[in-house]
Design a protein around this ligand. Structure first.
Ligand code: 8YV
Length: 311
C-alpha cells in the first residue's frame, strides 16, 4: 500500500507524476472544500509536501493525527510550526543549497529593473511611444552602496554578485560574520548608509515587521528596498505609505505580506517592480528542489536517514 500524502501546492507536472507513482497523493490546492478534504483523509495522511510560503496551517497540522513528515519545497520554515513538529515527533525537511543562486540572481535583477527602469522602458517600447516621446533618465547601479539584511547563504551570494558591480557592501546580522563586508548591527543605520537595502533574512518573530517606517525613512527618497525573503519582514503598510508619499525612492518586491495579494496602491507605480514570488522559480532550480523533496520522503518511508532535515 502506498503511503498517503497531502500536497499543499502544485509542483512541476513531472514531479507530481513521480509523487503519484510512489504515494497516494491528496491535492489540497484542488479541493473545492479544503477543510472537508482534510477531515475525510485525516487518519490516513502520513506525509505532507508543501512550499516555503504556504507551509502547513496549524489547524491542518492538528487535524492529521498520523502525520510523520513535512517536506518543504523551499528553505523557509516560517510557515511551519517547528515547535509543534518537535513536540509531536513530526520530521521536517527543506531544500538547502540548491536555490541560493536563483534567489541572488533575482535580487540583482530587481535592483537593475527598479533603478534602470527596465519594466517601464519595456512598456514604453511595446506601447509604441518611442517615436513620440523620451524616457526620463534612470539611476546608475554600479558603484552604489549595498546594504544586505541577513548574511546567510542567500545574503552572501547577493553580496558576491554585487562585488562584480563595484558596490561597497555592508550588512546587518545578529553577530558579525567572517567576511570583508562592513558589519552594521542597527538596521536603520544600515539603511541610512545604503542606496539599496536588500532583505535576505529569515522570517520569524525576531524579524517580523522589522523593516518599519524608521528603517524605510532612513533608506530615504533616493533609496531602493529589495525583498526576496518574506513579506512578513517588512511592515507592508509602512512600505506602501513611504512609496505613496515619496519618502522612499523605489522597491523591487518578490514577496508580500498577504500572498497572493499585492497592495493595489503599488500597481500603477513606475518606481516599483512587483513579482509573484518567483525567486526560485526556474526549471533547473525547481527540479533540484523537487529532487530533495522526493529524496526526503523516500528516505523517510523506507526508514533511512533524511538527507536534509531541520527537525
Ligand atoms: C519557493 C520559498 O518559491 O524557499 C522558500 O522558502 O519560499 C521559495 O523558494 C517556495 O518554497 C515554492 O513554493
Amino acid at each position: 500500500m502506498k503511503p498517503e500524502i497531502l500536497l499543499i501546492e502544485p509542483m512541476m507536472p513531472e514531479v507530481e507524476a513521480q509523487l503519484d507513482a510512489a504515494y497516494r497523493v491528496h491535492r489540497l490546492f484542488q479541493a473545492k472544500d479544503p477543510a472537508a478534504l482534510v477531515a475525510e483523509i485525516a487518519p490516513a495522511v502520513r506525509g505532507i509536501a508543501t512550499g516555503g510560503a504556504h507551509g502547513v496551517a496549524n489547524n491542518v497540522f492538528d487535524a492529521l493525527p498520523n502525520l510523520e513528515i513535512i517536506a518543504i519545497n523551499g528553505i523557509g520554515t516560517d510557515a511551519v510550526d517547528l515547535e509543534r513538529a518537535r513536540a509531536r515527533g513530526v520530521r521536517v525537511t527543506t531544500t538547502p543549497g540548491v536555490l541560493i543562486d536563483d534567489v541572488a540572481d533575482l535580487a540583482l535583477g530587481l535592483m537593475l529593473a527598479v533603478s534602470r527602469r527596465i519594466c517601464v522602458a519595456d512598456r514604453f517600447a511595446r506601447e509604441g511611444r518611442w517615436p513620440h516621446a523620451h524616457l526620463p533618465l534612470s539611476a546608475k547601479v554600479s558603484g552604489k552602496r549595498l546594504g544586505v539584511f541577513g548574511l546567510g547563504h542567500v545574503g552572501r551570494a547577493i553580496a558576491r554578485r554585487a562585488e562584480g558591480f563595484g558596490m561597497p557592501i555592508a550588512y546587518s546580522e545578529r553577530h558579525p560574520v567572517e567576511v570583508a563586508y562592513r558589519f552594521v548591527p542597527q538596521l536603520d543605520e544600515l539603511a541610512r548608509d545604503s542606496d539599496f537595502l536588500v532583505v535576505a533574512a529569515n522570517a520569524g518573530p525576531e524579524t517580523h515587521g522589522i523593516v518599519n517606517r524608521q528603517v524605510l525613512d532612513a533608506l530615504g527618497p533616493q533609496g531602493v528596498l529589495i525583498n526576496v525573503a518574506r513579506g512578513s519582514i517588512v511592515d507592508e503598510e509602512a512600505l506602501v505609505a513611504a512609496l505613496v508619499e515619496g519618502r522612499l525612492g523605489g522597491a523591487g518586491l518578490d514577496v508580500f505580506a498577504h500572498e497572493p495579494n499585492v497592495p493595489e496602491a503599488l500597481w500603477k507605480m513606475d518606481n516599483v517592480v512587483l513579482l509573484p514570488h518567483q525567486a526560485s522559480a526556474t526549471v533547473e532550480t525547481r527540479r533540484a528542489m523537487a529532487d530533495l523533496v522526493l529524496a526526503n520522503l523516500a528516505a523517510h518511508f523506507s526508514g533511512k536517514e533524511l538527507p536534509t532535515p531541520v527537525v
